[in-house]
Ligand binder design. Structure first.
Ligand code: HEC
Ligand code: HEC
Length: 340
């Protein structure tokens, strides 16, 4: 295993185990190293000013899994972003928020967010520290109001000390967002079979190799290695007129109607159902869409000229390649799981 690919490199012990002690500790200044795998580009977030600290990361981790942040104490970030599904929801098309409210988009898997220039299927959010505001405040997700949230954090038995330790002060909205961003920045998935192959450590099977070659020929213009997205927006011909305006909501450019951000495909075998509304239930059905389901219309992305017309073997090979993107170390990593 590549020694550089361990999610949290340094100093976590400084933050763990301190919650029980009464004395407020000095701010732990030691920065956490964001593990940048050898075959990855430089991240956008998590270095320099935004570098996570052990204390900030550990606070963010507690917050991520804490349903107490939601208006009725029932829904945490982790409710819709579950580690066993690579931080996607539990195989449901749409997620349930407070009071049983249903959202309108499929919960995406979360990984390698420190490399993301934009967030959401329409790219409406452009900074990892602003990102948590949307789910926290959304009436169909956590529906938190800031007054309730702040009094929850300030009167909590543990949080005031964790905020003190991480940021040298009491809980504030901005510190809450920074801590959540620090936790999310450390969600690095880079040890799938694909990565071991890319680093020359293993060979693909024949079917995986054929699938990879097809992927490079037909898919990687949008799902670019090694992050498996180029962060562009594309209309993939799911509908002739999309019910969800997609990127159009941000740009108001009619050509962007029904275009969505190219999703990161890491761990995709575990994140069904697929597409912005979760309409396709299996990886095979996604490949079938590209093979013969693409609707040709004026908005269709030019990088996808139409149905690819793949044969049975090619479809199986593509699915076999997509399955090499599963990173079992990421799924089992206790440093990013719900704190006990
Ligand atoms: C009720 C379910 C739900 C909850 C709770 C929730 N999310 Fe999400 N999350 C979603 C959905 C659905 C989307 C996709 C929304 C879109 O694209 O418009 C999303 C998108 C995201 C993204 C963008 C990923 C990308 O690919 O661009 C991030 C990051 C994220 N959520 C983090 C969080 C954090 C942090 C919290 C807690 C503060 C949280 N989520 C709470 C359902 C949820
Ligand atoms: C023109 C750019 C483009 C090309 C080419 C492309 N994709 Fe996609 N892909 C997208 C976009 C955009 C989405 C999201 C669509 C949506 O949410 O409605 C997507 C979604 C997916 C998903 C679902 C991911 C999820 O989490 O929901 C998979 C799997 C996928 N593509 C695989 C492939 C494969 C395999 C190929 C090649 C046969 C391919 N893509 C070619 C842009 C592209």
């Amino acid at each position: 295993m590549n020694p550089r690919i361990s999610v949290v490199a340094l100093g976590l012990s400084a933050a763990i185990g301190f919650a029980g002690c009464q004395k407020v500790q000095e701010l732990e200044p030691e920065p956490l190293k964001l593990a940048v795998p050898d075959h990855f580009p430089d991240p956008i977030f998590g270095t320099g000013e935004t570098a996570p600290t052990a204390a900030g990361f550990e606070l963010g981790r507690r917050l991520f899994y804490d349903p107490g942040l939601s208006v009725d104490g029932t829904i945490s970030c982790g409710s819709c972003h579950a580690q066993v599904h690579a931080f996607a929801d539990h195989n449901v098309a749409l997620s349930t928020g407070v009071g049983g409210a249903l959202g309108t988009r499929n919960s995406p898997a979360l990984s390698n967010l420190a490399w993301y220039p934009t967030f959401m299927a329409d790219g409406g959010i452009t900074h990892l520290e602003v990102m948590p505001l949307a789910p926290l405040m959304s009436p169909v997700e956590m529906a938190a109001d800031s007054e309730h949230l702040m009094s929850y954090l300030k009167s909590h038995p543990v949080y005031p000390r964790l905020f003190q330790n991480a940021f040298g002060g009491e809980p504030t909205g901005q510190r809450l967002l920074k801590a959540l961003a620090q936790f999310q920045a450390m969600l690095v998935s880079a040890n799938a079979r694909y990565d071991q192959w890319a680093l020359g450590q293993i060979d693909f099977t024949d079917t995986e190799q054929r699938g990879y070659d097809l992927f490079v020929a037909h898919c990687s213009t949008c799902h670019t290695e090694p992050l498996f997205t180029d962060f562009s927006y594309a209309n993939t011909g799911l509908d002739s007129v999309s019910a969800d305006a997609g990127r159009y909501r941000v740009t108001l450019d009619p050509l962007d109607h029904g275009a969505f951000k190219v999703p990161n495909l890491r761990n995709v075998a575990l994140t069904r159902p697929y597409m912005h509304d979760g309409r396709l239930f299996t990886l095979r059905s996604v490949v079938d869409h590209y093979a013969d389901g693409v609707i040709v219309h004026p908005g269709l992305d030019e990088r996808l000229p139409g149905p690819l017309g793949l044969d049975e073997q090619q479809r199986e090979d593509l699915v076999a390649f997509l399955e090499t993107l599963t990173d079992y170390e990421y799924l089992a990593n206790s440093q990013i799981s719900e704190p006990r």
